[in-house]
Ligand binder design. Structure first.
Ligand code: PNS
Length: 165
């Protein structure tokens, strides 16, 4: 029984995240999608909203026999991973630019908790430039984000924009 944590802000979840989860499902029996609770980041969506959005879109992915669970955490990721009895942390790497920061985090996490391995996974090339930050920026400036996030997420973004008007 192999359990992984896939941590992140997921503000909002993108098709790139879902692609990584699908790939992770080929390696792990269970993946806990851990939403980082960090009010300092001033997220667009509340933790509760992100939790609901993730739960909804995960219903439509190709997960095989993998068990998926959405949760949230605060504090050190490795402490959360140990508390969840996880074997590994999954992180997506899109380009070399991601690598330096991810390597730093992976090595720091390993120093803090040597029993947890970090597994880097590459998303499909079509998602190699997709990030939650860019999706939000493009959407807020009126650009098309179709194909970058699931339709439900686009709808939620539209609702949130109207809410904030
Ligand atoms: O989606 P993101 O913002 O790239 O995810 C970053 C995340 C949540 C993986 C990272 O910020 C994190 O692990 N935060 C928890 C606090 C922590 O453990 N910090 C030390 C990391 S070495």
């Amino acid at each position: 029984m192999r359990r992984a944590i896939y941590p992140g802000s997921f503000d909002p979840v993108t098709n790139g995240h879902l692609d990584i989860i699908e790939r992770g499902c080929k390696l792990f029996d269970e993946i806990i999608i851990g939403i980082l609770v960090n009010p300092e980041k001033h997220p667009l969506f509340t933790t509760q909203e992100r939790h609901e959005m993730l739960t909804a879109v995960l219903r439509d992915i190709n997960k095989g026999n993998c068990e998926l669970r959405v949760d949230s955490f605060s504090g050190l990721l490795v402490n959360y991973a140990v508390a969840q009895q996880a074997d590994a942390i999954v992180r997506g790497i899109r380009a070399i630019s991601d690598y330096e920061y991810e390597l730093q985090m992976a090595l720091m996490n390993r120093r803090l908790e040597p029993s947890i391995e970090t597994v880097f996974m590459m998303p499909a090339e079509i998602y190699s430039y997709v990030s939650s930050r860019l999706v939000k920026e493009v959407f807020q400036l009126g650009g098309a984000i179709e194909g970058l996030v699931p339709p439900l997420i686009e709808k939620k973004m539209r609702e949130k924009t109207n809410e904030n008007k």
